[in-house]
Design a protein around this ligand. Structure first.
Ligand code: PAF
Length: 281
């Protein structure tokens, strides 16, 4: 497995693979890899001849008061995980390699990026779309792999690929959870012992909402208020949002019908965590 920070080197390598007729999968990440990322790499390794993992904490998707400077990083551990999972190349650029000092072109999306996380993080998806577009242009993969934990991000990327006619298959992969239910996230590392326990309210609310829908409840407000009740009972938790939307357009739903995304962002202490479930009804 090779690791490089150079755009030129990635292009050279991928061109060589393509000349040999090999298919290429891309797993975009911000590093500090865990089992959730590993499941994306495993799937990419199964479905492609060669796999590139990008490992880049993208500064332009963080708001001014967010955790860019403290975002966890451990490239040595990332290398081991990628190597063990069978990736072929890690692209680990510096911010300077990705963004020229006079960088001035952004990919902006309306509607799909405006609800849910877009409300409290208004520049986030512009940063995500821009960097993912750049990664697509650098790696030119056949397929790219994203986690369903970031369900809105997945919807945004699918919409961007459709709208801009980008010829790459987008593959969504299921949420990976700790044994007690907490969705795996690099940000879980911010939690102290009491917060780690408190963070279970997210998955508890997810499981409760899912059960209500499985048992036939369709009224969004009934489901959401039961879920909010579980979270509000935890003193360390503060809700950013708990909402039910169409999983593709992210438009709010009053009834659980179609491809339904029930998603939440909750602060546990200072750490903002997300979780969700999708059901087709
Ligand atoms: O999901 C992430 O880790 C990031 O948002 C992504 C897609 C790698 C873009 O920086």
């Amino acid at each position: 497995m090779e690791i490089t920070g150079s755009i030129k080197e990635v292009r050279r390598q991928v061109k060589e693979w393509k000349k040999q007729g090999l298919s290429v999968g891309l797993v975009p990440t911000m590093g500090y890899l865990h089992e959730g990322h590993k499941s994306l790499i495993d799937r990419a390794v199964k479905e492609n001849d060669r796999v590139v993992v990008s490992d880049f904490v993208n500064p332009i998707q963080f708001g001014v008061n967010e955790d860019l400077s403290t975002y966890p990083r451990d490239i040595e551990a990332d290398k081991k995980l990628c190597e063990a999972a069978g990736a072929d190349l890690i692209f680990h650029p510096t911010p300077e390699e990705m963004y020229a000092a006079d960088f001035s072109t952004y990919v902006e999306m309306q509607k799909v990026s405006e609800g849910l996380c877009g409300k409290s993080r208004p520049t986030h998806f512009r940063g995500v779309c821009t960097v993912v577009n750049k990664l697509f242009n650098i790696v030119m993969p056949d397929r790219a792999y994203f986690g369903e934990k970031d369900a809105q991000q997945l919807a945004v990327i699918r919409r961007m690929v459709r709208d801009l006619n980008i010829d790459i298959d987008i593959v969504g992969c299921p949420i990976v959870r700790e044994s007690d239910g907490l969705a795996k996230s690099s940000r879980n590392t911010y939690l102290n012992e009491a917060e780690r326990k408190a963070a279970l309210v997210l998955s508890k609310a997810v499981f409760a909402g899912k059960k209500m829908m499985e048992e036939g409840e369709r009224d969004a407000e009934k489901i959401l208020s039961a879920m909010r009740g579980i979270i509000e009972a935890e003193p360390l938790a503060r809700i950013d949002y708990v909402e039910m939307v169409d999983a593709d357009s992210i438009a709010p739903l009053e009834r659980a019908e179609g491809r339904v995304l029930t998603a939440m962002a909750v602060y546990i202490g200072k750490t903002r965590l997300i979780d969700n479930f999708i059901m087709e009804i």
